[in-house]
Design a protein around this ligand. Structure first.
Ligand SMILES: [Zn+2]
Length: 131
């Protein structure tokens, strides 16, 4: 790629990054709490005598019981939620995901930019071989 072409592409990349930064600033002022993880629903058969309807058919099991599940230091942590907490947790997870999506785009654009500023791969390879 010619130097002038690289410069144009780098300028375009910078413009996209500036636009993402404005989005981030806007999102940062509007967002609420941020959570990672997801909400899961579980159904159970109870330990009551076998005459409870939940033992007849999997569709009759008790539930749904809602859980917020996330990874913490490589381990899965689950917290049961009541209806009020469920609404909050869902909103806060969505806040976190929106921010993550934007950060991912910013990292992607940054990788594109550094690729345009570094020397050609071929030059790097021949330099490595000479050593
Ligand atoms: Zn039951």
């Amino acid at each position: 790629m010619k130097a002038a072409q690289k410069k144009t592409q780098l300028n375009q990349s910078s413009a996209r990054f500036e636009s993402l930064k404005r989005e981030l600033a806007s999102l940062a002022t509007q967002t609420g709490f941020l959570l990672t993880g997801s909400v899961q629903s579980r159904f159970f058969e109870c330990s009551r005598p076998s005459n409870c309807w939940c033992h007849d058919d999997p569709a009759n099991r008790h539930g749904p019981y809602r859980y917020w599940t996330r990874k913490e230091k490589g381990k899965t942590v689950s917290v049961s939620l009541d209806d009020e907490q469920l609404a909050l947790v869902q909103r806060w997870i969505e806040n976190g995901r929106a921010l993550e999506r934007l950060l991912k785009q910013m990292r992607h654009e940054s990788i594109r930019a550094i690729a345009l500023t570094t020397r050609k791969k071929a030059t790097e390879t021949s330099t490595t071989r000479r050593r």
